[in-house]
Design a protein around this ligand. Structure first.
Ligand code: HEM
Length: 469
């Protein structure tokens, strides 16, 4: 299939066996990215971490990401995730307007993702800031996650011919300049905060520390450091919204989760990170949310760097390879189809017995390691999402606190919700859907307000981004 760049094969993997064998076990040759001229080379001048091909720059970028977002350093952001979600609960309580729910969650998620890049928080989200951020994402989704949309991706020479290049690449140049200005100004602020000792070590700190050794230009320093902020907001927020939709469609899941929280945490305090290990059903809900409607159902395309053969099929170097995560976790149909044709098969095409309905308990009652340790929604092998620990922590604290505080209900008189709401095109969060958050008791209300007052004190210690775009 020639889907991405003319003449280069594109392969979509739809079984877990193939995805794991190729993208993980043979990761040494399956971890590059397809060449992206319009976005990667023109807009970002080869300095965008998520688009780097295999090689030294990628290895260095992944080192930065692991140093700031790995299993252990990801815990450095809990002291901000905690007060930010207490403030979010207050905002959800004080302004019980369903049209504003998204904004309250969004600010909290922006603040934490920004912190993972620059060690500082964001206390408000202006319209201009949001518009800029949305443009970063729109551009990535349209032109980067699957290159080949623009003619210049197929005929790179067009980007080198003066005057002509303006025609074919103007939009990319403009976007690249806009992002460079923003991320450089964040980097400058982060530098001075580090010098004054009032920001925690985030990706920008590790990049600065290694700038000389790695020979980073100012552009590389800015874009590579900013990667967690560029990648960490809509993915996490969209997954939280998918979770809310899932429990609206499956109220028995809400009931069971609240029962677990009431038993383990009780009504006299908010859930916190100490409860992570003792709330298995909530952890299972995170996995099920990510499986049910993955934010990136086809992940981000990988590319091969050497010729290879898989089950007799030749895969040339330079092929684009994608894992269809959505299909992988749902394809019991294949088994049923084979059975209907009386073709015997012992292969497990899906380890998920109820692929279309949400059933978090699948993750609890299994010995299948693929299900137990499910994380395919975060991608594969050497390109696996470096923000997965931060994202899991964020989802845990947001989901457990929302369920502790509120009953999540369909909007009275609102439209009937269906699974269709979960998909907003090829990539992205659910279609906006109406719902209500109803405080579970008066005690909940007063505790939220008490805790928010303490959270205001806690966040005072954090330096805040001063942005005027
Ligand atoms: C639920 C939330 C999230 C989901 C579903 C998600 C998913 C993904 C996926 C599928 C990839 C591509 C993996 C591959 O190529 O195989 C990726 C890459 C990436 N993610 Fe995430 N992500 C999430 C949250 C975050 C967060 C919170 C951060 C940072 C704080 C982050 C930072 C990144 C970065 C920097 C990359 C590029 C890595 C590379 O190309 O080597 N993500 N993510």
């Amino acid at each position: 299939m020639d889907l991405v760049r003319i003449g280069e094969p594109a392969i979509v993997l739809s079984t877990p066996e193939a995805a794991i064998e190729l993208l993980e076990k043979r990761g040494n040759i399956y971890s590059s990215r397809p060449r992206s001229v319009f976005a990667g080379e023109v807009a970002y001048r080869s300095a965008k971490g998520a688009l780097l091909p295999m090689g030294t720059q990628l290895r260095r970028f992944r080192t930065l990401m692991t140093a700031s977002l790995g299993t252990v350093p990801s815990k450095n952001f809990r002291p901000l995730e905690d007060p930010e979600t207490r403030l979010m609960l207050r905002d959800l309580l004080q302004e019980p307007n369903p049209a504003k729910y998204r904004g309250h969650m969004q600010r909290s998620v922006h603040s934490v993702a920004f912190c993972t890049a620059y060690g500082q928080r964001i206390d408000r989200l202006g319209a201009e800031h949001l518009e800029f951020y949305n443009s970063v994402e729109r551009f990535f989704v349209r032109f980067s996650s699957l290159p080949g949309v623009r003619l210049v991706d197929h005929l790179p020479i067009l980007s080198k011919i003066p005057l002509v290049s303006r025609w074919f690449c103007g939009e990319a140049e403009e976007q690249g300049d806009k992002e460079e200005r923003f991320f450089r100004s964040c980097m400058d602020q982060a530098k001075s905060a580090y010098v004054n000792g009032n920001a925690i070590r985030a990706s920008s700190w590790f990049a600065m520390e290694r700038q000389e050794r790695f020979g980073y230009t100012e552009l590389e320093l800015a874009l590579l450091s900013g990667a967690p902020y560029a990648a960490g907001v809509t993915t996490t927020l969209g997954s939280c919204e998918t979770f809310l939709l899932a429990i609206l469609l499956h109220p028995h899941v809400l009931e069971r989760a609240q029962k677990e929280i009431d038993t383990v945490v009780g009504p006299e305090r908010l859930p916190d990170f100490r409860d992570f290990d003792t709330l298995p059903y909530i952890r299972a809900m995170i996995k099920e949310t990510l499986r049910w409607h993955p934010f990136t159902p086809l992940g981000i395309a990988h590319a091969t760097t050497e010729d290879d053969v898989y089950e007799g099929m030749f895969i040339p170097a330079g092929s684009t390879v994608m894992a269809n995560i959505y299909a992988i976790t749902r394809n019991t149909e294949v088994k049923i189809f084979l059975a209907a044709l009386s073709i015997p098969t012992n292969r497990s095409f899906s380890s998920f017995p109820t692929p279309k309905n949400t059933s978090p308990s699948v993750f609890l009652n299994t010995t299948d390691p693929l299900v137990k340790n499910y994380n395919m929604t975060f991608g594969f092998g050497r390109r696996i999402c470096p923000g997965q620990h931060v994202a899991t922590d964020q989802l845990f604290i947001m989901m457990s606190r929302i369920l502790w505080a509120f009953d999540v209900k369909p909007m009275k008189g609102g439209p009937k919700l269906t699974e269709i709401h979960a998909r907003h095109g090829f990539f992205g969060p659910p279609v906006p859907f109406p719902y209500e958050l109803v405080p579970r008791s008066d005690r909940v209300r007063s505790l939220i307000m008490e805790q928010a007052a303490l959270a205001e004190e806690d966040v005072r210690a954090w330096k805040t981004l001063d942005y005027d775009l």
